[in-house]
Design a protein around this ligand. Sequence first.
Ligand SMILES: CC(C)(COP(=O)(O)OP(=O)(O)OC[C@H]1O[C@@H](n2cnc3c(N)ncnc32)[C@H](O)[C@@H]1OP(=O)(O)O)[C@@H](O)C(=O)NCCC(=O)NCCS
Length: 234
Amino acid sequence: MENACAVKLEASSVSFCTMHRDEPQHQLLVLVNPQDTKTVVAVYIKGVWWPTEDVLKTSDPAREGLIKVRTFGERIVLFMLNVVIFGRVERNLDADDMFFLPHSVMEQAKILWRNGAAVGFYTMKMKGSLCGDGSGICYMLPILDTAFIRRQHRRQGLAMALLQDFCKTFQEDEALGISCPISAAMLQVCRKFLLIHPEERGRLWEVEPPGAWGQRVNIWLKVQLQQSHLLESE
Ligand SMILES: CC(C)(COP(=O)(O)OP(=O)(O)OC[C@H]1O[C@@H](n2cnc3c(N)ncnc32)[C@H](O)[C@@H]1OP(=O)(O)O)[C@@H](O)C(=O)NCCC(=O)NCCS
């Protein structure tokens, strides 16, 4: 029952979701399947119930490729991809069962648009921006913090394109981070990316915030070590 019309509007089928981790008053009213309250069937935006998949669609032909999130509408799309699609609809299907918290209201993010729909995203922590843990400490390098590609669009090189875009965006920086822990699939993306782009091998680090030297592990080295362990165990 994925159809919004098939779910009765009653107290047990509506709930509020917090859109931004740092703005608890930003709530989105969602319609859930009462038999499975994890399934968000529709979202209430500007007085209308929108079926979940429709929120991710666009009729604007200019929305193609990676586009920076600027408007509140795009923040809703980011929330839907992260919390509803990755966190709920597609989560159980993932073997590694990773998920991300809702992003913060000022999160730097890009959405990947493909054939009229949002199919993925990545978010960044900017060098010099506050870590946001109340310590007053700032990130010491640009960090790719979260990344996601919808299941039916995977293994088509899209995460490689995200990574390439990230590296290109910060081409002046000597070091770039990816937030720890890097998922097993993402490590394989990095492996393939660094095989093709040897010039980036010295620049990409798996990092803990804020990314001081003692909090960095070179990703190419990690890939090499992982491979040699695999060979040894064979
Ligand atoms: C990780 C993720 C972003 C990869 O997206 P993707 O678009 O499928 O990745 P790509 O198509 O660019 O993969 C490039 C290469 O990486 C490797 N790779 C990607 N996913 C892999 C997997 N699940 N297992 C093994 N290798 C994988 C392959 O070598 C692939 O090339 P190939 O398809 O020609 O063999 C996606 O699986 C995802 O969203 N996962 C859940 C969230 C997540 O783990 N985010 C990363 C947080 S650090």
